[in-house]
Design a protein around this ligand. Sequence first.
Ligand SMILES: Nc1ncnc2c1ncn2[C@@H]1O[C@H](COP(=O)(O)OP(=O)(O)OP(=O)(O)O)[C@@H](O)[C@H]1O
Ligand code: SF4
Ligand SMILES: [Mg+2]
Length: 326
Amino acid sequence: METLISGKNLKAYYVLDLWGSKKVVKAVDNVSLDILPNEIYGIAGESGCGKSTLLKALLALLDPPLRLMDGELLYNIEGRPTNVTLLKSETIRKLRWSFISYIPQGSMHVLNPVKRVRDTFIEILSSHVKKQTKEFLDLAVQHLKDLGLPERVLNMFPHQLSGGMRQRVTIALATVLKPRVIFADEPTTALDVVAQRAVMQLIRKIQNDLKNTVVLVTHDMGVHAQITTRMAIMYAGKIVEEGPTLEIFKNPLHPYTRYLIQSLPAIGDKKLRSGIPGSPPSLVAPPPGCRFHPRCPHASQRCREEEPLLKEIKPGHKVACFLMEG
Ligand SMILES: Nc1ncnc2c1ncn2[C@@H]1O[C@H](COP(=O)(O)OP(=O)(O)OP(=O)(O)O)[C@@H](O)[C@H]1O
Ligand code: SF4
Ligand SMILES: [Mg+2]
């Protein structure tokens, strides 16, 4: 199958100048991945593992202090592989919203608090494509209706909307130009259970209607289990496992993935599940060898010295762990 977005050996670092001394946060460190048409691709991992930074790298949203230090990023635009890192920022900007759109983490803040929703729609959309405002608004109203929201939300201010409604308005904004790919960063976090379910149903409906691709970042493994088709597990700036979501949950291969799945509460289970011992390392000076070794119950001397590479163990199922090398 053709690849829609291909990242090869991406290194995206935050380069900070702290009173003359340089500090480098290796938030995405040699990550390769292929995102396919018509899928919901999930990215999981604990806080600080580099999920949001990976999305920014894939979006070529590289505002200082974030820098793409190495790697190649290709978008398949109308059948032509395009090297995005070589495009002018103006060209990349034009691709946003129409080819690729982005619902950032904490997207409650995408909407300007002092403007009516209608004006935010007009402002963002008219700055991206040359079409008349009226056409935009008609389309926006249709999208809001598709998302179960009445037209009158356009006349409201963000503070008059509930969290779930604001999240849906942001999704409507991100989908109004029918982009080929939608990147959503923690779209259900900070919402109550009912709003979470509504947003998930919505993402699924949009993907099903448009047959486009959704790249969904969330630390919530329950959300991945419910809506993603394939997923990657990130740990300390690297992808440690990738595969079809069903396969990952049925047969997790990386010890970190197993921890993440074990810490999910089972339905009807009132007991608190055990958390993962320890915490993710600093990405300024990550541990040598396998970055997971300080927390891994199976760590050997080799794990402390040598870095395991992401390898395909079964068709479509990749893992970076020496245990899987037989
Ligand atoms: N603007 C920044 N400047 C410096 N370091 C940053 C910046 N943004 C993120 N980082 C660091 O980069 C690393 C990866 O952060 P990132 O936000 O990508 O993680 P994440 O997996 O999305 O976490 P979360 O689940 O909390 O959203 C962390 O160590 C974080 O502290
Ligand atoms: S490579 Fe070693 S330390 Fe890393 S996850 Fe596998 S067994 Fe654990
Ligand atoms: Mg994040």
